[in-house]
Design a protein. Sequence first.
Length: 165
Amino acid sequence: MSRLNADARHRIRLEVNGRAVEGEAEPRMLLTDFLRHTLGLTGTHVGCEHGVCGACTIQIDGAPARACLTLAVQVDGAKLHTVEGLAPEPGRLSVLQEAFRRHHALQCGFCTAGILMSLDWYLRQTPDPGEVELREFLGGHLCRCTGYVPIVAAALDAAKRLRDA
């Protein structure tokens, strides 16, 4: 039986924010490290490295996922969406990002990318969320600065604007 060489580098091909990319990763390289150090996409933050804080949340094949719990080799062939791809075009914010700006829903900003990526998915699945449901959904994200009040207000505002559009 052959053994996987833990030091061998593997070629990974995937789509990130609509763009085909490739790079090499060792079998144990975390997706957060691949995104940040190999691809230069530093919007995905590394917080707890245990999947608890949510700062590293991205979307893999359309669903939210913790990049700190995913190995880079696991996403070979996948479609990833990171916070860098959230804006519709350079110099223009998405509806959700604009709502965060309008409601001052970030302070230090460390948790913001992960929250935005989760809410981007959630608001597509749940176009008319209630405050209780939003708070429950956001329970998987830790924010030490805002107290969540402006985050929930921004999400409700974005949901309304997306429904009205």
